[in-house]
Each structure stands twice: as structure tokens, then as C-alpha cells.
Design a protein around this ligand. Structure first.
Ligand SMILES: [Zn+2]
Length: 124
């Protein structure tokens, strides 16, 4: 299978999901497009695409790493405490400037809200 084909599938899966998804979700959604998509293949492609910033890894404490497409602007994430899905919140956001102690170099930041997603709040 051509390298570019795997990458295109991963990009299209992330685009369609519209929220950060786990490696397992990338694999199962990718297999809907290419049934013989291999787990090792997806791992390798994800690693390479993360290194080249085609996709972004998103980490939350106690959660499996998720991936999303690079966003045009900073946005907060939302984690549902019921179904554990992570969403992008489509709201403009600017991280507050922090004055860190000498020796610290800040290269990024993350704002995460939590609660219930629309599907889960409807069930309650
Ligand atoms: Zn939910």
C-alpha cells in the first residue's frame, strides 16, 4: 500500500471525526475506507505525521493520546466525563501570558473543560 494512501486515509478520518480521536479510533474508522489497513502501518504513519506536524498529538492526564489536525487557531478542548470523548470547542481563545520562573521555556499550553457532551447530557 502506498504511503501517501495511508496518510490520506488518516487525514480524512481525522477531518471527518471533527474531534481528537485515539489511535484505535483512527484504525477502526480507517478500516471502513481500507479494510486491510494494518495496525503497525497506522502506528508508523501516525508517528511520522506527528513528527512532521501534519497531525497533532493531544494528551490529557489518564487518557490515551489522541490526534487531531492542526488548528488554525488555539481552541479549548472539552472532555466528556460520561463517554470520555474529547471535543474541540469552536470558540476563540487566547492563552493567558504566563511569567514563568527563570529556566522554564514555555512552548505550548492547553485549556481543557470537562462535563457532559450533548449526547450524554440528553440522556441524563
Ligand atoms: Zn459524552
Amino acid at each position: 500500500m502506498a504511503n501517501t494512501q495511508q496518510r490520506e486515509v488518516i487525514l480524512s478520518v481525522l477531518k471527518e471525526a471533527g474531534r481528537p480521536i485515539t489511535r484505535e479510533e483512527v484504525l477502526s474508522l480507517g478500516r471502513q475506507q481500507i479494510p486491510r489497513l494494518g495496525s503497525a502501518t497506522v502506528n508508523r504513519a501516525i508517528r511520522e505525521m506527528t513528527e512532521t506536524f501534519q497531525i497533532i498529538g493531544v494528551d490529557f492526564p489518564g487518557q490515551p493520546r489522541r490526534y487531531e489536525l492542526p488548528a488554525e487557531q488555539e481552541h479549548p478542548h472539552f472532555i466528556c466525563r460520561s463517554c470520555n470523548k474529547v471535543f474541540d470547542l469552536p470558540v476563540a481563545m487566547q492563552l493567558p501570558e504566563v511569567h514563568v520562573p527563570k529556566g522554564f521555556v514555555v512552548t505550548g499550553g492547553e485549556v481543557v473543560y470537562s462535563g457532559k457532551c450533548p449526547a450524554c447530557s440528553k440522556e441524563a
